[in-house]
Design a protein around this ligand. Structure first.
Ligand SMILES: *[C@@H]1O[C@H](CO)[C@@H](O)[C@H](O)[C@H]1NC(C)=O
Ligand SMILES: *[C@@H]1O[C@H](CO)[C@@H](O)[C@H](O)[C@H]1NC(C)=O
Ligand SMILES: *[C@@H]1O[C@H](CO)[C@@H](O)[C@H](O)[C@H]1NC(C)=O
Ligand SMILES: *[C@@H]1O[C@H](CO)[C@@H](O)[C@H](O)[C@H]1NC(C)=O
Ligand SMILES: *[C@@H]1O[C@H](CO)[C@@H](O)[C@H](O)[C@H]1NC(C)=O
Length: 251
């Protein structure tokens, strides 16, 4: 099966090289804590309200809604063959996450988590060209839809410690996301130059075959999530020293 994939994402990220500390109201988990994973699990659920509003001090942008200024996706396989550009891709409900399993190994510096999301409503300006299964899609305009929940995702993050001016930081080297969005509802305006009949039929077909389309396009959404998570983590692990995130018990 031929499958060529090109993704490029442009995100605003507040990357800077000044060394910061986590805000006081953030929970901290000690690297020496024998129950580190439990502590992290609790911490993730504690920070939910701050993640929602963003944490300006350490460059975390608001997650509700999450707005991606622009990205281009293209996928060429037997099942689907399209290019899609979006502007202000807006996702709601990301903050409504439930982390139910976390594993961080300080020896290998590998972090993994299992997360569940409810339905995620999306809204974006788009331009698309190609086909999804045998459904031709062509047009530009606005699109609204919902990724139907529950959505289960696993995230695995690898990194190395790097030293800058004698201070250690976590340098993320690899992010792997596995998720299954089983189905989606979609309403696209502006297909085929606004031809009402073609637009109506195309929307009908997209919803009829939405589960198959999501299955064919899933790997692309995974890669998009990996790209976003990579940027997100770098935005604060690049500015908060490792041992401020994971303080040592005895120092
Ligand atoms: C994305 O695609 C649009 C139009 O198809 C193009 O103008 C733009 O340069 C592309 N952006 C990137 C970052 O590749
Ligand atoms: C995908 O679409 C392009 C442009 O229409 C075409 O050249 C290419 O052969 C198609 N690839 C597949 C696998 O259908
Ligand atoms: C995206 O949203 C910003 C902020 O609301 C707005 O200024 C900008 O014009 C929007 N871009 C497009 C292409 O609609
Ligand atoms: C998601 O994970 C939960 C907990 O492991 C499980 O009960 C549920 O069936 C899973 N849902 C899907 C859609 O895979
Ligand atoms: C972080 O890791 C990447 C990939 O291994 C490497 O290219 C980069 O130089 C590292 N950054 C620093 C500041 O060490």
């Amino acid at each position: 099966m031929l499958s060529i994939l090109v993704i490029s994402v442009m995100c605003v990220s507040a990357l800077n090289c000044i060394s910061h500390d986590l805000p006081d109201y953030f929970p901290r988990c000690s690297i020496d804590d024998p129950n580190l994973n439990n502590c992290l699990l609790k911490a993730f659920n504690t920070v939910r309200p701050y993640v929602k509003k963003g944490v300006g001090e350490i460059g975390i942008l608001p997650f509700e809604p999450l707005v991606l200024p622009t990205f281009n996706l293209s996928q060429e396989s037997l099942a689907v063959n399209y290019t899609l550009t979006t502007w202000n891709f807006t996702i709601r409900g990301i903050d409504n996450y439930n982390v139910y399993e976390i594993n961080y190994n300080p020896e290998t510096l590998i972090f993994s988590a299992k997360i569940q999301f409810d339905a995620l409503p999306v809204y974006t300006k788009y331009e698309v060209s190609g086909r999804l299964l045998h459904i031709p899609v062509e047009g530009k305009g606005f699109l609204s839809g919902t990724f139907l929940g529950p959505i289960n995702a696993t995230i695995r993050i690898e990194g190395k410690l790097m030293e800058v001016d004698g201070v250690e930081y976590y340098n993320t080297t690899n992010v792997k996301v596995t998720e299954t969005i089983k189905d989606m509802e979609v309403a696209a305006e502006g297909l085929f130059d606004g031809d009402e009949e073609l637009g109506r039929i195309t929307n009908h077909l997209l919803n009829l075959f939405s589960a198959e389309i999501m299955q064919a396009a899933n790997s692309v959404w995974e890669q998009l999530a990996e790209e976003m998570i990579m940027r997100f983590i770098k935005s604060f692990t690049g500015s908060v020293p490792y041992y401020k995130i994971f303080p040592k018990l005895n120092n």
